[in-house]
Design a protein around this ligand. Structure first.
Ligand code: NAI
Length: 480
């Protein structure tokens, strides 16, 4: 704590560099800056106490400072151990008007290269407001903040935190430890926090899946807005963002020429489509693995070979998982890969690649090449290069998506925060999406920033296709 601002970041001295990059990013984030202008005198988030769990990057800094400009108090942690940009974290703590000696910004608990223990400490800190009141809003990416509140409240109700099973993932054991400690200190901490929250806005596919599961079981403690499925989020960030940041991560990690190589992309959803396109753009021959015949057919129509991991793993020079599912690349697959083939994941969680299984293979050896790049050597002498220990490589090995595409995603986040904070009484404990009109508003701002000019429907044309000349232009079921 300095000047009343709590924080845990790598180095506050990096704030000046962070501020310079934030200044450049603001110009590339026209949606967020337009929202700041639109609400300059209204402060719709006055009274909001937002706990945020989302990659602490330069782009997120612009999001955080937009929430503050709209009146919110904010506390932040990253949603991944490798994704923080330390200069951005420092700049947010110092704030636009503070200094290293006198920070005036936002409490941030995040640094690049946290241990999992530290990660859950940061997440708990971000949810624990100093006056004991707790947050009244959550902004989540992947659902870890929401998970902690829900599991905490569930175990408080039961009066006991269950013991972990031996084969539970390490991370789950850590979460149970956090909750056990907090139950011993305060038997209603998470119940109170859960009761005070007006809503959560969720950024990504994986977090949204968790929310729908909670809602289906009738266990969701507060309303949720699924930001991911705004068209201007998933069809842009997931796709065009990954098209940019996947190869950025591979290049910064390995600097291996992608052209001429065989790349295997597992999953051809929004993320997989962007990944395949960027690898092909570099001249790779791309093979896609899918379970869904529709996405598989899309891949074939886009000109990719569609095959199973089992059939082609030996051919691939680069393997990328983008499924949001688990156990995609097993230790046995890894043992069969080419010498010095590159393996990375761009899906939200690290369970797409069986890293635990790899480390248990008899005789396997890990050589750290540099941070977030490891060579794993098999007993026969051949090796593979694993990026970011199987965690999302575009944020671990590079700096994630660029500002412009994140401006789309984060504009939806801000609009969703305002919606749930100001109108929470109109929402049930369910998962909602933003209305199409707002999606179109976000797209319009960004298209105009790119110099695009839209055609206007005539009244007759609008009547002929049955829409309002001002939009929305498509029915809800339209898929883009
Ligand atoms: P999506 O649901 O559109 O696509 C996933 C695809 O994987 C689906 O088509 C599904 O059929 C396929 N799939 C599932 N199991 C499979 C298996 N065993 N083998 C092959 N294919 C399989 O999801 P989306 O939006 O593409 O997201 C994927 C993951 O990426 C999620 O975890 C999401 O949270 C994450 N994400 C990561 C970003 C990043 O910057 N790293 C950005 C946006 C999303």
């Amino acid at each position: 704590r300095r000047n009343g601002v709590e924080f845990a970041v790598a180095d506050l001295e990096l704030a000046e560099f962070g501020r310079k990059e934030i200044r450049l990013a603001e110009h590339e984030m026209p949606g967020l800056m337009a929202l700041r202008r639109e609400y300059a005198e209204v402060y719709p988030l006055r009274g909001a106490r937002i706990s945020g769990s989302l990659h602490m990057t330069v782009q997120t800094a612009v999001l955080i400072e937009t929430l503050v400009a709209l009146g919110a108090e904010v506390r932040w942690a990253s949603c991944n151990i490798f994704s923080t940009q330390d200069h951005a974290a420092a700049a947010v703590v110092v704030g636009p008007h503070g200094s290293v000696d006198e920070p005036k910004g936002v409490p941030v608990f995040a640094w690049k290269g946290e241990t999992l223990d530290e990660y859950w400490w940061c997440t708990e800190k971000m949810l624990t407001w100093p006056d004991g009141e707790g947050p009244n809003m959550i902004l989540d990416d992947g659902g870890d903040a929401t998970l902690l509140v829900h599991k905490g409240a569930q175990y408080e109700k039961a009066g006991v935190v269950p013991s972990a099973e031996e084969d539970d993932p390490e991370e789950w054991k850590l979460i149970l430890d956090v909750l056990r400690r907090s139950l011993a200190a305060d038997s209603s901490k998470w119940t109170k926090i859960g009761a005070g929250i007006r809503g959560v806005t969720e950024e990504t596919t994986t977090g949204v899946l968790r929310l729908y599961q909670l809602a289906a079981q009738g266990e969701l403690l507060f309303p949720a807005i699924n930001v991911n499925d705004s068209v201007t989020k998933s069809k842009f960030d997931n796709r065009y963002g990954c098209r940019h940041s996947l190869i950025d991560g591979i290049n910064r990690a390995t600097d291996v020429l992608i052209g001429g190589k065989v790349a295997l992309v597992c999953g051809y959803g929004d993320v997989g489509k962007g990944c395949a396109e960027s690898l092909r753009g570099q001249g790779a021959r791309v093979i896609v693995a899918e379970v869904d015949p529709i996405c598989g057919l899309q891949a074939a129509m886009d000109g990719y070979q569609v095959a199973t991991v089992d059939d082609v793993i030996e051919q691939a020079d680069i393997v990328v998982t983008a499924t949001g599912n688990k156990d995609i690349i097993t230790a046995q697959h890894m043992a069969r890969m080419k010498h010095q083939a590159i393996l990375g994941n761009i899906g939200h969680f690290d369970n797409e690649i069986d890293m635990a299984g790899l480390s248990r293979l008899p005789g396997v050896r890990r050589i750290n090449i540099k941070p977030q790049v490891d060579e794993w050597v098999f007993p026969d002498g051949h090796s593979i290069i694993v990026l970011s220990e199987g965690r999302l490589l575009n944020l671990g090995n590079a700096t994630g998506h660029p500002s412009f595409v994140m401006s789309n995603s984060f504009s939806n986040q801000v609009i969703a925060q305002i919606e749930l904070f100001t109108k929470h009484k109109e929402y049930d404990k369910e998962v909602y999406r933003l209305p199409k009109k707002l999606d179109e508003k976000v797209a319009r701002i960004h298209l105009e920033a790119l110099g695009g000019k839209l055609t206007k429907l005539t009244k007759e044309q609008a009547e002929y296709i049955g829409v309002d000349p001002e939009g929305p232009f498509k029915p809800e079921h339209y898929r883009y």
